[in-house]
Design a binder for this molecule. Structure first.
Ligand code: GLN
Length: 234
């Protein structure tokens, strides 16, 4: 039986605005297809072994400080995992720590693990609201979600955005980019949670992890949720 192994990184610290729903979406989309789904929750002090997909959710600055320190112990291993094309998905605070650093309003710069060529600096304004993104990564060409962050993320080098902002702010509210991708590492500011409302992107991640396109599912309900959020301005 086909099996997918997923590591949920630091769920006790980085898991706000329903980000754990991304794991549930991947779990159900595997089970509905008869694909075995193995989940490891990785907490502070745990070792990390090879997985097909790594997920890290969002969180407040305080929790990011603790996770930033812990992630440094695993930086070389996770870069090796990136380079063997394992799939990563980071949401908001987790996304920020997949870059080089996050500079909060007060205190020390939080080191990231440089899976992405990106850096984040806390801005004066908190971006809160629904977001619609135009993307080339899915057949329907849109990603939707909810943002709540003050961090401003800037991409460099070969790290590309997930897409272009149609409504909302995205990476920094200025360059019209949202999210990031390098190899099979993906980051986004979209909470909501993200994958249940973006089933085509969820299946894209599964395809990258499986090495083949998974059979289509009846996504009527998921697509209704997706479409109901397109260009929702409040
Ligand atoms: N603390 C970070 C910020 O405010 C991330 C917040 C989050 O994960 N929603 O930008």
């Amino acid at each position: 039986m086909t099996r997918i192994k997923i590591a949920h990184l630091y769920p006790k610290l980085l898991n706000i605005y329903g980000d754990g729903g991304n794991i549930l979406a991947l779990k159900k989309r595997c089970e509905w297809r008869g694909i075995e789904f193995e989940l490891d929750e990785i907490n502070i002090g745990d070792k990390i072994k090879e997985h097909d997909i790594y997920f890290i959710g969002g969180g407040q600055d305080l929790q990011q400080i603790e996770v930033s320190k812990e992630l440094q112990k695993h930086k070389d291993f996770l870069i090796q995992e990136r380079d063997r094309m394992a799939v990563f998905l980071g949401i908001c605070g987790g996304y920020q720590l997949m870059g080089h650093y996050y500079q909060p309003h007060n205190g020390e710069k939080l080191l990231g693990i440089s899976l992405l060529d990106a850096h984040t600096i806390a801005g004066e304004k908190r971006f809160i609201g629904n977001v619609t993104v135009k993307t080339d990564l899915t057949e329907d060409g849109t990603l939707v979600g909810f943002e709540n962050h003050s961090g401003l993320t800037y991409l460099s080098g070969s790290t590309e955005p997930l897409g272009t902002i149609v409504t909302g702010n995205g990476n920094n509210g200025a360059d019209k980019t949202e999210g990031a991708r390098f190899k099979n590492v993906f980051g986004t500011y979209l909470h909501g949670s993200f994958l249940p409302k973006n089933p085509k992107f969820a299946d894209y991640l599964l395809e990258l992890a499986l090495g083949f396109k998974p059979e289509p599912l009846n996504d009527n309900i998921e697509n209704l949720a997706h479409e109901s959020l397109i260009n929702k301005l409040y």
